[in-house]
Design a binder for this molecule. Structure first.
Ligand code: F3S
Length: 428
């Protein structure tokens, strides 16, 4: 690898043992990828040093504390070193429980104590506690072309496609190392040649709400898998929220980390720019039959119409979505056989509190939670057998993870299910 003088110095330990271990890890990672050099990054999002007690027990011989977990697990180091404050602007993504409503999520006192101690360590190491899978809704918005090192597939696809930031789908180890070294291998989506379209998707039916964009994303990911689709046809520019649900779905049914929408996303002013030359790959058509097939696939895990849990907020809800959900449920009540949990970030919840939405939801019997979601925390209300979801990503994961049934529908379908205890969603 070609290293700069500063990188050689970091590798030699001139900036401390932790930075040295971070560079060693990043060089091993770059070698495995075939990268020849690094790019500098000052925007890193991961889950640095946090771990539940069952993971910490593996590091008991080293003290089982934050320092041990960061050294051994995050940096894969052969010894435990002191961990300084991070050198890059660093953010903590989603975590395992709500800081206030953890009892409702079924978490133990011991798990909460561990969570609090990890949070204190994270903050003391200069890492911002965004606690969300939507950092771009919580104050971390890269600029076009900015080199980032982000975990979380739904955030990565949004960063690359909608903002024009540059990140691969990183892991815990590479992000923690990048926080210390401010470097990430110059490979994949950091390079122009890897950001070009590989297949076309022709959209032949209107796609005009979050529900429809989620289905289109799920279809696209299923067809193109981990390549870059170029979306064309009957689409009007989606809002930020629609992009969020489209990208999360495409990253779940496939491994899509970037997409282009011709005339819409920043690196696709035209077809030629999207493909970096002539059109290539296959063309997939999203028509009425494909739309119906996608809906049926997403609803193939729903059998029983008695819904005992409704989960909204995957990816974490924006303030606009919380306001919408509150307006749908205002004056109604969550059914006694059901529960409604909505997930967002702490900063967006602060806005929801200030605007009265949290109170509207509370009066209806719903809970607005932060930091996590049912899939990440593996927490659903006790006795849940059937869930209703307005996220194609969540319906892809939650039923399989929790051994429950799941329905996919609009936000209004889901609120209706929460208030009636029955699933009545249909494809119009
Ligand atoms: Fe976020 Fe959980 Fe969905 S972390 S993207 S709400 S699976």
């Amino acid at each position: 690898m070609k290293l700069t003088g500063r990188e050689e110095a970091m590798l030699a330990g001139e900036e401390g043992a932790a930075v040295q271990k971070a560079m060693e890890l990043l060089i091993r990672y770059a070698d495995a990828l075939g990268a020849e050099d690094f790019v500098e990054t000052n925007n890193v999002a991961g889950v640095p040093g946090s771990a539940p007690p069952w993971i910490k027990q593996y590091y008991a011989a080293d003290g089982g504390d934050y320092r041990a977990v960061f050294s051994r697990f995050d940096l894969d180091a052969d010894e435990v070193v002191d961990i300084p404050r991070m050198n890059a602007f660093s953010c903590h993504l989603q975590g395992g429980m709500d800081p206030m409503l953890w009892r409702e999520q079924g978490m133990s006192e011991a798990a909460f104590d561990n969570f609090r101690s990890d949070e204190q360590q994270v903050a003391e190491h200069g890492i911002q506690l965004l606690k969300t899978c939507t950092p771009y809704l919580a104050g971390n918005v890269p600029v076009m072309g900015e080199h980032c090192a982000w975990m979380e597939s739904s955030a990565v696809i949004f960063c690359n496609s909608v903002i024009g930031g540059r990140t691969n789908c990183e892991g815990r180890e590479s992000t923690s190392a990048a926080m210390l070294a401010r470097r990430i291998p110059n490979w994949g989506f950091h390079r122009d040649e890897y950001r070009k379209g590989q297949h076309s998707v022709n959209v032949a039916v209107p796609v005009d709400d979050v529900f429809e964009w989620g289905m289109l994303g799920y279809f696209v990911g299923g067809e193109v898998q981990d390549t870059i689709p170029v979306i064309e046809g009957a689409i009007a520019a989606p809002s930020l929220i629609r992009h969020k649900h489209f990208g999360a779905a495409a990253a779940s049914s496939g491994g899509v980390e970037m997409y282009h929408m011709v005339g819409i996303t920043p690196e696709a002013p035209g077809v030629e720019a999207a493909f970096g030359g002539a059109r290539r790959g296959e063309t997939f058509r999203y028509d009425a039959a494909a739309r119906r097939r996608t809906y049926e696939t997403l609803n193939s895990v729903g059998q029983c119409e008695d819904v005992d849990y409704v989960m909204l907020g995957c990816p974490h809800y924006s303030i606009e979505q919380i306001a919408h959900a509150a307006s749908l449920i205002e004056g109604r009540k969550v059914h006694s056989n059901s529960a409604l949990w909505i997930f967002t970030s702490r900063s967006v919840k602060a806005l929801a509190d200030a605007n009265g939405h949290t109170e509207t939801l509370r009066k209806a019997g719903a809970l607005l939670m932060t930091d996590t979601c049912s899939a990440i925390s593996q927490a659903v209300p006790e006795g849940t057998r059937v869930a209703a979801l307005d996220s194609a990503k969540q319906v892809h994961y939650l039923p399989a993870m929790m051994g429950i049934e799941g329905w996919y529908g609009t936000t209004a379908d889901c609120i209706d299910a929460a208030c009636s205890g029955k699933w009545r969603g249909r494809l119009a």
